[in-house]
Design a protein around this ligand. Structure first.
Ligand SMILES: [Zn+2]
Length: 204
């Protein structure tokens, strides 16, 4: 394995651990896809989690602006898939701290714990296991910025863009593998549905 694992190495690791499966799936937001991807299934193995986190941290360290910020850098994740990535990256970088936002229930906005305070001007790296629709990272970025902290970049293990994925540029964005899953807006638009292939619903 390379110090920064290659796209092929990451894909093989995800397939071997069952984190990446091929078939006909429906996501909770209604998109149909030919791939199932749940990075936490790979992150349950400590050595794999470490390989992925160290790889990501090396990419981050190669950015001189981010490298200069490491001693004061906050690694912030939307719970829960991003947590092992956030801790792994923080450990590998020796960054300042890790914390995360979560929601009380599905209909509530993301928020930090009671009594938790972000500092104005605090430098924040947003981390998650995957960037797919981007809705969680977009909400987390808004939450951080509403506290006058500054997002300095984003890092995920897997980038799997859909027709709805936002572009976070000019912020630097890092990922270890890009997966081009085939997405369809709904059943009417889906080739596998038209061919009568059995559908599995994804519940996370
Ligand atoms: Zn379908």
């Amino acid at each position: 394995m390379h110090l920064v694992p290659t796209q092929e190495e990451v894909v093989r690791l995800l397939e071997r651990t069952g984190a990446l499966r091929h078939g006909h799936f429906e996501y909770p937001n209604g998109l149909h896809a030919d791939e199932y991807l749940q990075v936490p299934l790979a992150m349950r193995y400590y050595q794999h989690a470490k390989t992925l986190s160290v790889g990501l941290s090396r990419q981050l360290r190669a950015n001189p602006e981010i490298r200069a910020l490491i001693p004061e850098l906050s690694i912030v994740a939307p719970a829960t898939g991003g947590l092992p990535v956030a801790y792994g990256v923080c450990e590998a970088l020796r960054a300042h701290q890790v914390y995360w936002a979560e929601r009380e229930d599905e209909n509530q906005p993301l928020r930090f714990r009671q009594y938790f305070e972000q500092l104005a001007g605090e430098k924040v790296l947003l981390v998650d296991d995957i960037l797919r629709t981007g809705s969680k990272l977009t909400e987390l970025k808004k939450l951080v910025e509403s506290n006058h902290a500054e997002v300095v970049g984003l890092a995920v293990v897997v980038y799997q863009p859909t027709p709805r994925t936002p572009d976070f540029s000019p912020l630097p964005f890092y990922y270890l593998a890009k997966l081009d899953g085939i997405y369809h807006q709904d059943a009417a638009d889906c080739d596998q549905c038209k061919s009568g292939v059995a559908l599995e619903k994804i519940w996370v």
